[in-house]
Design a protein around this ligand. Structure first.
Ligand SMILES: Nc1nc2c(ncn2[C@@H]2O[C@H](COP(=O)(O)OP(=O)(O)OP(=O)(O)O)[C@@H](O)[C@H]2O)c(=O)[nH]1
Ligand SMILES: [Mg+2]
Length: 421
């Protein structure tokens, strides 16, 4: 499971108690105080770990404590320090402490102190004064600092893929890296980001394939903007377009404009990155026609024609990507702190079925509903495709299991269908 946001509580260790003790030596009648100080409580750190790619393990445990310091001892011995706690996080983790951005862990081994352990209490040796030579005073240890921490992961990839669902983003990633994301001919196959390391003639870079976005993503439609943060730190975006005409939609150029407008609503910086327009699926009929439309509208802007399936055109594309990556990084601090309203994404099963009082089978679930809202029922191919996807998801089987008979009514969103096999 991919978890990119967690909320945890940290408590650093409490300082150890100071000791009250007096010297006892032969022939020394009134030994002075010799109680040592308590040891300092353990600190808590976050450390960047390249092996980690998710915050999943932290999501199981809401509270983390470092060890308390040990008590001070007689003979002016200080108590041992409480052990520090080092929490490993993936590179690209933003740390918000009590609601404010506190650190941004980007490098391997980068370690930040988040809460400090308490000071050890002073033992009575520390309280000795000229007038008060035998104090029975010692302090308790200082409590460790506490903090509420929100961690937010923004994956670090040099190249990010954006585009409509089904454009072929995951297919491209699987073609150019060893990553094996799920690929299928229905929208929202990818539900969380996939990373892959690309090796182009000995030059390596990380590419991120994120779930598709749709019109209205800024209002939370589809998966909303939830995963866009993972392409915020990329240097190059590949805007992948299905040039063959997705979902009976005969206008890939329009899709391209929709994505651009959604990206602009997401962040004013994102389109300032290098964006390469990638027309995919050129092995399919109709792509020629759409490529011409792009050519006309993009004017001088360069675009790439590829087939993620056959591999055609990919070499030229990667060559350009590597060329851009070889230029120095221009860092924009404003972009990093631009805050983005995020709609919370809750994972759901693909669909749920219930039977209402009229015996109608009501199907819910964001995936089915999005698909239904995105399907043009007045087109035969779209309708057939819709039926196929539902069948593949197992909806027909599930309806039968729940006792649906031919002729029964099935409701999805505002649409009513008659169940048939
Ligand atoms: N003919 C052809 N089909 C392709 C090509 N690239 C992808 N496909 C097919 O298009 C469908 C969608 O591909 P995916 O890679 O899952 O698309 P995606 O953009 O990751 O989709 P989401 O994860 O839903 O956003 C699959 O059936 C692929 O086999 C291509 O270049 N040519
Ligand atoms: Mg995908």
């Amino acid at each position: 499971m991919f978890i990119d946001k967690v909320n945890i509580f940290l408590t650093a260790g409490r300082g150890g108690e100071g000791c009250i003790s007096f010297r006892r030596e032969k022939y020394v009648p009134y030994g002075g105080p010799n109680g040592g100080n308590g040891g300092k409580g353990g600190d808590i750190y976050f450390e960047g770990d390249p092996e980690k790619t998710t915050l999943l393990d932290l999501s199981y445990k809401p509270k983390f404590n470092a060890k308390d310091g040990h008590k001070g001892l007689p003979n002016d011995k200080f108590g041992k320090y409480g052990q520090d706690l080092v929490i490993k996080v993936p590179l690209g983790t933003l740390v918000f402490k009590n609601g404010e951005l506190f650190a941004d862990i980007k490098n391997v081994g980068e370690k930040v102190l988040v809460v400090k352990g308490g000071r050890g209490g002073r033992g009575n040796a520390s309280f000795k004064t000229g007038r008060h030579t035998a104090p029975r005073i010692a302090e308790k240890g200082e409590p460790g600092q506490t903090a509420e921490i929100n961690l937010e992961l923004r994956l670090i990839a040099e190249v990010g893929f954006v585009g409509f669902p089904n454009a072929g983003k995951s297919t491209l990633l699987s073609k150019i890296s060893a990553a094996r994301p799920k690929i299928a001919d229905y929208p929202f196959t990818t539900l969380s980001p996939n990373l892959g390391v690309v090796d182009y003639k000995g030059i390596h870079f990380v590419a991120a394939d994120i779930p598709g976005i749709i019109e209205g993503a800024h209002e939370g439609k589809g998966l909303g903007f939830e995963f866009l943060r993972h392409i915020r730190r990329t240097r190059v975006l590949l805007h992948i377009v299905d040039a063959s005409g997705f979902d009976g939609n005969k206008n890939p150029y329009n899709n391209y404009k929709i994505i651009n407008s959604e990206l602009k609503k997401y962040s004013k910086y994102i389109l300032k990155k290098q964006v390469l327009v990638v027309l995919n699926k050129i092995d399919l009929p109709y792509s020629d026609k759409h490529i011409k439309i792009f050519k006309k509208n993009l004017k001088d802007k360069k675009f790439f024609k590829i087939s993620s399936l056959t591999g055609q055109g990919i070499d030229i594309l990667l060559k350009e990507v590597v060329k851009i990556l070889s230029k120095p990084i221009v860092f924009n601090p404003q972009e990093e702190i631009e805050t983005i309203p995020i709609k919370k994404y809750i994972y759901e099963t693909e669909f749920k079925i219930s039977v209402d009082k009229n015996g109608v089978f009501v199907v819910t679930g964001s995936k089915v509903q999005t698909l239904t809202k995105m399907t043009k029922f007045n087109e035969d191919d779209s309708l057939r495709r819709y039926q196929n996807i539902l069948k593949k998801m197992g909806l027909e089987f599930e309806l039968e299991t729940m006792g649906a008979k031919p002729g029964d009514t099935v409701k999805i969103c505002d649409f009513e269908f008659t169940f048939e096999k």
